[in-house]
Design a protein around this ligand. Structure first.
Ligand SMILES: Cc1ncc(COP(=O)(O)O)c(C=O)c1O
Length: 414
């Protein structure tokens, strides 16, 4: 049997405390937390000098290529608490033909659909569930637009923890089915994700479940941070010029921004940062509106609608963290139409053979828009995030059929 040392070797860990992202107030490590007293997300802090002294770039690169090679950067203290389903590194796939057709240059897709449960939500939930296991938590609950629920269901079942999940009623059927099949209790709710979040909060006192909503517990972001760590390593410890990220709750964008700061603090990278671009749909664009208004926080987007359900998040508790990262990086927030999303799914599938999820396709549509309006240049290296496998989403119907008992005119077949 092949042993993955990332899952068997005890390694030093460096968490010192948690910190309120709004007030800077300090919280104790190694115990369950939700939001800070100010009602804002908590961020995990590390002894970065200790981390720097304990690990080198070469050592990280030589370890098996998965999320757990970053143990020293992560909060899980003991290997026994790791609840792994094989969180492999995800590849960077060049979109050469699509980029050329758009008049662009180097475009790489980080294809997160290769992760367990088919989406990048595995990164956040493997961490939250491993920490829940370490804390002996017995019941987790969460609102979800689909993919996060699927990841929670899978990891919770694997850890022997109960999970209860609330979805907007039009959540893709495949997500509802995978959540149920992977052992969680799942409910459709006649509302949006923030309405589902209210039910999780309301039920907490009665049930005693622990709320693992996006950014309402501090460890999902540490898992999502590995997207930034991994990207830096894959690009030879250089970061790209621009990152386009489909932004709902924004955990990945905030997590990557945190990862880059930690990598610089320990001397793995220099001060160069990518411009972070928050991509939303024009039927639900609270970050774009706040960015354009110069606001520090965002107001709720009413009547939110888009085919990209993962980014249909009318209000995000980490709004100010998303806006800060975008602005500090010199990036921007941009909205694209559902039509542009659908066109991007088709054109990338047909030109480059890669099936994007609608949210991933939104980043391609945003790239095309930003290239056309001059916000990105052709000579810049671009990374798009395809956050889930395109295989989870509805496909176009195929009507062509042949009767094998009748003569076929093969010249007429394409
Ligand atoms: C496929 C997909 N892309 C993007 C997102 C948004 O991710 P985040 O909450 O990190 O902004 C989601 C969240 O549900 C998703 O499922």
């Amino acid at each position: 049997m092949v042993i993955n040392v990332n899952l068997t070797a005890e390694r030093p860990t460096f968490v010192t405390h948690l910190e309120c992202s709004w007030t800077g107030e300090i919280y104790e490590a190694d115990r369950p937390h939700n939001l800070s007293r100010a009602g804002k997300p908590l961020l995990v802090r590390y002894d970065l000098d200790g981390l720097r002294a304990s690990i080198s770039k070469d050592e990280v690169s030589q370890r098996p290529n998965d999320l757990w090679r970053w143990r020293e950067f992560l909060p899980v203290r003991r290997v026994a608490d790791i609840v792994s389903l094989g969180e492999t590194d995800t590849p960077l796939i060049p979109l050469s033909r699509s980029a050329k057709a758009a008049g662009g240059g180097e475009v790489l897709v980080k294809d997160e659909g290769r992760l367990p449960t088919g989406s990048f939500k595995a990164r956040g939930l493997v961490m939250a569930v491993s920490m829940a296991k370490a804390f002996g938590i017995e019941h987790l609950a969460m609102p979800t637009n689909g993919n996060a629920g699927a990841a929670l269901a899978a990891y919770a079942s694997r850890a022997g923890i109960r999970a209860t999940i609330f979805c907007p009623e039009d959540t893709p059927e495949i997500n509802l089915g995978e959540i149920a099949l992977q052992g969680a209790s799942v409910y459709r709710v006649n509302g949006l994700i923030d309405d589902c979040g209210k039910l999780v909060a309301q039920g907490r006192d009665t049930t005693g479940w622990f709320d693992v909503s996006t950014l309402k517990e501090p460890y999902r972001i540490e898992g999502k941070k590995t997207m930034g760590l991994e990207l830096a390593e894959q690009l030879g410890w250089e970061l790209p010029d621009v990152i386009f990220y489909p932004t709902g709750g924004g955990t990945g964008l905030i997590g990557m921004w945190k990862a880059f700061a930690e990598l610089e603090a320990i001397g793995f990278i220099g001060s160069k940062r990518p411009r972070m671009v928050a991509v939303q749909a024009d039927g639900c664009a609270p970050m774009v509106r706040a960015y354009e208004a110069g606001a520090e926080t965002a107001t709720r987007w009413e009547n939110a609608h888009t085919i990209a359900s993962g980014i249909r998040v009318p209000q995000a508790v980490g709004d100010f963290l998303i806006l800060r990262a975008v602005r500090e990086s010199g990036g921007f927030a941009i909205a694209v139409s559902d039509e542009a999303i659908t066109d991007a799914v088709t054109s990338v599938a047909q030109n480059d053979g890669l099936l994007l999820c609608p949210e991933g396709a939104a980043t391609m549509a945003a790239y095309q828009q930003a290239l056309a309006d001059g916000r990105v240049r052709k000579d810049e290296q671009i990374v798009l995030f395809n956050c889930a496998t395109g295989l989870k989403y509805p496909m176009p119907p195929v009507h062509a059929s042949l009767d094998r008992n009748k003569p076929i005119d093969f010249f007429k077949l394409r």
